[in-house]
Design a binder for this molecule. Structure first.
Ligand SMILES: Nc1ncnc2c1ncn2[C@@H]1O[C@H](COP(=O)(O)OP(=O)(O)OP(=O)(O)O)[C@@H](O)[C@H]1O
Ligand SMILES: [Mg+2]
Length: 596
């Protein structure tokens, strides 16, 4: 239960709404008690009048009495209707305050969680799968909402109703009250157990359902591979199997639900019978009136639902507590990358790695070992090396997606931990190795790096021209307003890479990182892009990670990585003279050019 205490701040935030809700609950309950008393009075009065009517048989005024009874009945029924309408209005107001409050809290919580998620470091995302993250922001928040909404509402309602009804009942007859209330706790306990079973079973159904949807989602996104390898029937078989499990779990839930309702009604019936039996005896003894019996039958029926809800609410609260504990587990997590730096000056672009070593925390792979190099502002650095050598790792470390274990990374002579994290990241225009485009228009995908949304179209086009993608875009159905991704057109690998480059250019950074971003582009286009970029790169520091020597030739510095260590460094001619990995690659690429 302790986990729910963290939510008290929301109660405080919406205290006026909650207070108003409590007032409405009290009023609506008063209006549900009054009609019952009217019914009791009506019952007794009519019974009396009928007695008089019988006594006056044969007299002229009998007709008058008849008329009077009719009038009275109409009056009573109008009164009952009026009071019930008033109750309805206040019930509506209760829901409009308390249930609305729970929805507002749900909105706040989702915002808080999403915001927090975005601040958590990459290693957090590596450790937890997306389904789990999604569940906590959707499923778990909805369960917590049930605590703020129905659980709070029914609890307050129960307390108010009990106080009102039981005091009224006790005033009428203590003995009868005690008798008719005995079955109620039994009802409450049995409902608690039943809802426990139902919750457990429906959780199992939920889990199976999410497994099923993950499977379906993967099958749809991987449909090309499935078709190419003609795996349709085997996927079908797996799906059928999963679906069967889902069906069985649902059926077992249906069974419990089916038994549950009749049982409830039986319990309520038993209470009513008890009331009439004992009440009848007392009425015969003259202790209470017939109207009192009618009144009690209605009271008992009125109490059963709230009492039943005790069991239900208890299990709601338990579920909410469990959910909130899961939410808190992430919410109380501190981002590993702390932003303690200052944003006092801009960044010029000198980069230095001093004996940097780094091991990925989740896999314990030592990706960099004692790496040192230096690039002056405005210079370019090419990083080459076999796959898995640690090239992309250098890019990730520069923008502090991870913090290093040993050594120091300096920018403009300052340790990057002393630089404001946002300033640091904004200074870099990174084209990552794995291109990611959002399901949005091309304009928005390119202007994304810009903080203001009012990026002029001409600027976007300029960036696209430099990335040699403008012509391609002009041929798309809606030009720059074409949507890409799931709901739009599918781009080729090279087109995606070039849009990603345009995005980096658009952000007008002080430093560029191109991580293998021309791998899907032919050499001719690559040269054009490099030529275009030369203009902007003159003033900025740029790091070009590549497998092609042709991209590295013109760089001021070149380093070659082998399994996390620098094996060669220098400029083109120095490295060719070195006769190492670089010279070999250069020779091979020259040869393959000659063959073409
Ligand atoms: N997020 C990660 N978590 C754990 N290990 C990782 C992670 N990213 C990379 N590695 C490991 O670190 C090593 C270096 O990877 P890196 O991505 O830097 O190589 P790379 O030189 O960019 O290779 P490529 O040329 O294929 O892109 C590899 O052994 C890889 O398995
Ligand atoms: Mg890489």
């Amino acid at each position: 239960m302790k986990s729910l205490f963290t939510l008290n701040k929301y109660f405080w935030k919406y205290r006026f709404r909650l207070g108003l809700g409590v007032v409405f609950i009290i009023i609506s309950n008063l209006f549900s008690i009054y009609p019952i008393q009217v019914i009791r009075i009506a019952f007794d009065t009519v019974l009396n009048s009928v007695k008089w009517y019988d006594l006056l048989d044969g007299f002229q005024i009998q007709g008058d009495v008849y008329q009077q009874i009719t009038h009275m009945l109409i009056l009573f029924s109008m009164l009952v209707i009026g009071l019930s309408v008033a109750k309805g209005i206040f019930l509506f107001m209760t829901r409009m305050t308390i249930i609305v409050m729970s929805r507002l809290i749900e909105y706040d919580m989702k915002n808080e969680i999403f915001n927090h998620y975005q601040n958590l470091s990459l290693s957090f995302y590596k450790k937890n799968n997306t389904g789990d993250l999604m569940n906590r922001i959707s499923e778990d928040v909805s369960r917590t909402r049930m605590y703020f909404g129905p659980a709070v509402m029914y609890t307050i309602n129960l307390v108010v109703l009990f106080t009102l009804v039981i005091t009224t009942m006790l005033q009428v007859n203590v003995k009868l009250t005690l008798y008719v209330l005995t079955p109620l706790p039994l009802l409450s306990i049995s409902i608690y157990y039943a809802s426990h079973i139902i919750n457990k079973k429906s959780e199992r159904v939920q889990r199976q359902l999410s497994q099923l949807s993950t499977f379906v989602q993967e099958a749809f996104s991987g449909i090309r591979v499935i078709k190419a390898y003609t795996q349709q029937s085997s996927k079908n078989a797996i799906f059928e199997n999963e679906l069967e499990i889902y069906r069985d779990k649902t059926l077992s839930l249906v069974k419990v639900n089916a038994v549950f309702m009749p049982l409830m009604i039986l319990m309520i019936g038993l209470s009513t019978i008890l009331t009439i039996f004992i009440g009848g005896k007392l009425a015969i003894a003259g202790e209470i009136s017939m109207g009192n019996i009618a009144e009690f039958v209605i009271y008992v029926n009125m109490l059963t639902w709230p009492v039943a809800s005790v069991g239900w609410v208890t299990s709601l609260v338990q579920r909410a507590a469990a959910s909130q504990e899961r939410i808190n587990e992430f919410l109380l997590m501190k981002p590993e990358i702390e932003n303690l730096g200052e944003a006092k000056d801009g960044i010029r672009g000198d980069i230095e790695f001093r004996n940097v070593s780094f091991t990925y925390p989740n896999s314990n792979i030592e990706a960099l070992k004692d790496v040192s190099f230096k690039v002056n502002a405005g210079d370019s650095l090419a990083i080459l090396g076999r796959t898995g050598a640690g090239k992309s790792t250098i890019a990730s470390l520069l923008v502090r997606l991870y913090d290093i274990d040993k050594g120091q990374i300096l920018i403009d002579g300052r340790d990057i931990k002393e630089i404001d994290l946002n300033l640091l990241r904004q200074s870099f225009g990174t084209v990552p190795q794995e291109v990611f485009l959002f399901s949005d228009t091309i304009t928005n995908n390119i202007a994304f790096g810009k903080i203001t949304r009012s990026a002029e179209l001409s600027e976007v086009q300029e960036a696209a021209r430099m990335a040699e993608i403008h012509e391609d875009i002009s041929n798309f159905p809606n030009d720059y307003e074409t949507t890409v991704g799931e709901r739009g057109i599918t781009l080729s690998g090279g087109q995606k890479q070039r849009i990603s480059i345009a995005r980096a250019i658009m952000s007008k950074p002080q430093l560029y990182i191109f991580d293998d971003c021309l791998s899907a582009v032919d050499t001719e286009t690559e040269n054009k892009i490099i030529n275009n970029l030369q203009r902007v790169m003159d003033k900025t520091t740029s790091i070009i990670i590549t497998h092609r020597v042709s991209s590295a030739i013109h760089c001021d510095h070149i380093i070659v990585l082998g399994e996390g260590e620098i094996t060669e460094s220098g400029n083109h001619s120095q490295l060719v003279a070195n006769n190492g990995f670089y010279a070999d690659s250069y020779e091979q690429q020259l040869l393959s050019k000659e063959e073409v």
